[in-house]
Design a protein. Sequence first.
Length: 294
Amino acid sequence: MQFKDFYDALGVSPNASADVIKSTYRKLARKYHPDVSKEKDAEEKFKAVNEAYDVLRDAEKRKQYDSLRARGYRPGEEFRPPPDFSRPDVDLGAEGGLGDLFEALFGRGRGAPGGTASAHSGAPRQRAVKARLALDLERAFEGGPERVRIDQRTIEVQIPRGIEAGQQIRLAGQGPGGADLLLEIEFRPHRFFNVAGRDVTLKLPIAPWEAALGASIAVPTLAGAVDLKVPAGSSSGKRMRLRGRGLPGSPPGDQYVVLEVAVPVADDEPSRLLYQQLAENNADFDPRAELHRG
């Protein structure tokens, strides 16, 4: 299940008072009520408003929700409860997913606040069979169909564009014995990129003269090569950012480029003479000056 911003759904500030939340909800509920509204997607908006208000009107539920929201979960992001999140009267079961958590904290299948749950909400929920799905980073970037071998059969899974490692895909009734199948995404090691959330990092080798003089270098990204301007006087370890070049999302991730100066081997006399001349021309340069200041 995806994380939702309930304050955004109501169009109120996270610091809004209970009275403001209540009055705003009433206006929106009248505006989007399916029996009277002419708005496009009124029914879906009505459900979203009711879901948000059902949480924010209750002080305890709002407190629990705020504690999750403060951890940096983004709207539309697949939700996984943090390891240290717990509540004594909540049983997350074997899955530990947002569905279980939000059902325990906020209920499920509601209509208007105070109304009855949907007809299926009281039915026992079948445990899901969990499995891991290893993806190439390029597949996570592009999204699309992925064939998976499960229980001696092959099924096709639609991968959402920009999915992150650790997120889950639920396939209703696709597990053994008709159980739901819960696939947890992991990434296969990539030859160039390391991944953290939606951000990717690339180590970029550069020549000493590129580092010293500056250069425009073609850098691989998940969407293809782009030009990166390396400033003159750059050193190994310099970290540069390509905004929005990580995994897609709202917002998209960034790509970080870490420079690594690669030094040619002086394996002939002309090369050794050039290095010797460079050393003589920079006799006052001390790359370890910082170490001597302590």
